[in-house]
Design a protein around this ligand. Structure first.
Ligand code: AMP
Ligand code: ZN
Length: 286
């Protein structure tokens, strides 16, 4: 079993449709994939319909959350696994986040248009094709305009959080996100805690505190983590009984990362399933 628990499809800011994402996973020998689109469960249905024989879908999503420390907001991403997307609390919050993403994406575009960049609201909405709008969609518009060669290049400049066009998006307080995922029967896992931003805050005391508040796991393996990060996070996970996952955070051609570059051990997936309210991965008949 080769398990990748964090991927984005075209239902959010990845470039592969759920069917293409499964074909890509099949091609590299990854057989169990979680689709964890930002703020939506919209990709699950197409994924189930397209599952190649013997492959499994772990239903997931990624929520943008924040913590307040040092009088500032720090962004922390929260993966939600095997939750019921129709549970009222989480359904309402995901809808709020999607509508905020739309407004905020359009504000970023307006700033770019005002500065004379040749992109438009309509073009970005076309690219997003109904998905919750994210900066990668704007990055693709910048590529189409010939201003950058890749979305990664756009993130280093036009889309940078420190650049002149940036508008913050609203998010959920981490503790509230954990509670909403649990209330929906799911398992909350902190995504890539050692990525830039809040990496200095995600120490032992941080995980002890959130484990007490219902956190279920830590994404230990991630392309943004070096070996020392992963080793330390694995120790912390063991200390507080948290599930340790590993994933690629694949975004198709929006990001230079391959499916299965980090993986999750089968026993950790079993723990994840056991910790959810009875939801199991969906497996296509062999
Ligand atoms: P946003 O959610 O709109 O603030 O955009 C940030 C998101 O873009 C991150 O959560 C990443 O998942 C995603 N992303 C996709 N491609 C890239 C890239 N090449 N560089 C940085 N972030 C990326
Ligand atoms: Zn992600």
């Amino acid at each position: 079993m080769t398990i990748d628990l964090h991927t984005h499809s075209s239902a959010s800011d990845g470039t592969d449709s759920p069917a293409q994402l499964y074909a890509a996973a099949h091609a590299v020998g990854v057989d169990t994939v979680a689709i964890t689109d930002h703020d939506t469960a919209a990709g699950w249905e197409a994924a189930v319909a397209a599952l190649p024989a013997g492959m499994s879908l772990v239903r997931g999503a990624e929520l943008s959350t924040h913590i307040v420390a040092e009088d500032r907001h720090y962004s922390i991403h929260l993966l939600a696994y095997l939750f019921d997307p129709t549970a009222p609390g989480i359904a309402r919050e995901l809808a709020r986040l999607r509508s905020d993403r739309l407004e905020r994406g359009m504000l970023i575009v307006d700033r770019m248009v005002a500065a004379g960049l040749p992109i438009s609201r309509e073009q970005v909405l076309d690219i997003a094709a109904g998905a919750p709008v994210g900066r990668p969609h704007i990055g693709r518009a910048l590529m189409a305009a010939g201003l950058v060669e890749s979305v990664t290049e756009a993130f280093a400049g036009y889309l940078s959080g420190r650049g002149p066009y940036y508008v913050a998006k609203s998010d959920t307080l981490l503790a509230d996100g954990i509670e909403l995922v649990r209330a929906a029967g799911g398992v909350p896992v902190v995504a890539h805690p050692r990525s830039r931003g809040a990496r200095h805050l995600t120490d032992d005391a941080f995980f002890r505190r959130y484990a007490d508040l219902g956190l279920g796991g830590i994404e230990v393996g991630h392309p943004d983590h070096d070996d020392a990060d992963a080793a330390e996070l694995a120790e912390i996970a063991a200390r507080y009984g948290l599930i340790a996952t590993g994933s690629s955070d694949y975004h198709g051609s929006n990001k230079p990362v391959l499916l299965g570059t980090r993986t999750t051990a089968a026993d950790q997936l079993e723990r994840l399933v056991a910790a959810s309210a009875g939801a199991v991965p969906i497996v296509a008949g062999a």
